[in-house]
Design a protein around this ligand. Structure first.
Ligand SMILES: [Zn+2]
Length: 336
């Protein structure tokens, strides 16, 4: 499942100065935005275990580490209404759209979206599939579907997008758009895709079990759902743990382990679930973190490894990706 790779640098998609500003705003929001009386306690969102191996606090949110499947998750967490309010009106969310996404949009297209399309094509080709109805969950401004159509002229495009402005942008591009969350829209029988895509959403959702069932419902029989997300088993997450910038509340509530992901999407009804991790940034993220003075507790061997030159570290990153040890995860779910 190889896609043609172009090089990627963390700075290009998360420029240091504006990303720092975004993180400061997120930390402020995390502390002050929410009515915490509305927070709900949850068990592990992947395997339902209530057992906790360990936990830590970040910006007043508590991350638990599941003792059964190894997932990391926020509990207690905002209920759905608080989370929707957050994504609609919080300062950090506005900053993310107005600054980071707008300023890095072209680069993100080149180094993330186009390789994503090639990777999906590889998956479909391997399985000899030629899906006609393509449904993007969280279709944002419609950019992915528009690019898809350029390469697949007979595709019918569908988007599920809760944001009013984004949903309108999708419609303007000729995409049949359901202005809703997938969880709320899943009961509507007309919504379904032979190929369902969903990029970087799993880590944000309030109720992963409900979300997984909704993804199952909107995947047509004989279809496939392809999702990307961040996972708990990746090198940078395992090494940096609570010091990881990715573990940022309230944005990232769920860092599922690979076992957790398989359990969650199998429980939702999918007949087969495959995981792979095409990540390219784990080692860079750890190196950058150390440069910033955020040093994890490293073993002697890890220090030795990280002192090696670019060639060794590139080969090591490839090893991580090839053996499901990167934090950038793809979940492929098949429905018979
Ligand atoms: Zn678990």
């Amino acid at each position: 499942m190889k896609a043609k790779e172009c090089s990627i640098k963390e700075d290009e998609i998360r420029p240091e100065d504006i990303f720092n500003e975004f993180m400061d705003l997120s930390a402020k929001d995390a502390q002050g935005f929410f009515d915490k009386s509305k927070f709900v306690e949850i068990a592990c969102p992947a395997c339902n275990s209530e057992g906790i191996e360990s936990c830590f606090e970040k910006h007043s949110f508590c991350y638990n580490h599941c003792d059964k499947c190894g997932s990391i998750y926020v509990s207690p967490r905002p209920d759905l209404s608080e989370l929707i309010r957050y994504y609609s009106v919080s300062d950090s969310q506005k900053f993310w759209s107005d600054n980071i996404l707008k300023k890095t949009g072209d680069k993100r297209k080149e180094v993330i979206m186009l390789p994503n399309i090639t990777r999906i094509e590889g998956i479909l080709e391997r399985d000899n599939r030629n899906p006609k109805r393509v449904l993007d969950v969280g279709s944002a401004n419609g950019a992915f579907l528009t690019e898809w159509k350029k390469r697949h002229l007979d595709a019918e495009l569908y988007g599920v997008e809760p944001g009013k402005e984004s949903a309108q942008q999708c419609r303007d591009l000729g995409i049949t758009t359901y202005e809703n969350s997938v969880e709320n829209e899943a009961g509507n029988n007309s919504v379904s895709g032979d190929l369902v895509t969903c990029f970087e959403v799993v880590e944000h959702v309030q109720d992963p079990e409900l979300f997984a069932k909704a993804i199952y419902d909107v995947t047509a029989s004989g279809g496939v759902a392809v999702m990307s997300c961040l996972g708990a088993d990746g090198f940078d997450i395992q090494l940096l743990w609570e010091k990881s910038r990715s573990l940022m509340p309230p944005y990232h509530l769920n860092f599922l382990s690979q076992n957790g992901m398989v359990e969650l999407f199998s429980k939702a009804g999918f007949d087969r679930v495959e995981i792979f991790t095409p990540g390219r940034l784990d080692v860079q993220i750890v190196e950058k973190s150390i440069e910033r003075g955020i040093t994890p507790d490293l073993s002697r061997f890890e220090k030795l490894l990280l002192s090696k030159g670019e060639n060794v570290l590139q080969a090591f990153q490839k090893f991580l990706a090839d053996h499901c040890l990167s934090s950038h995860v793809w979940i492929i779910c098949y429905k018979d």
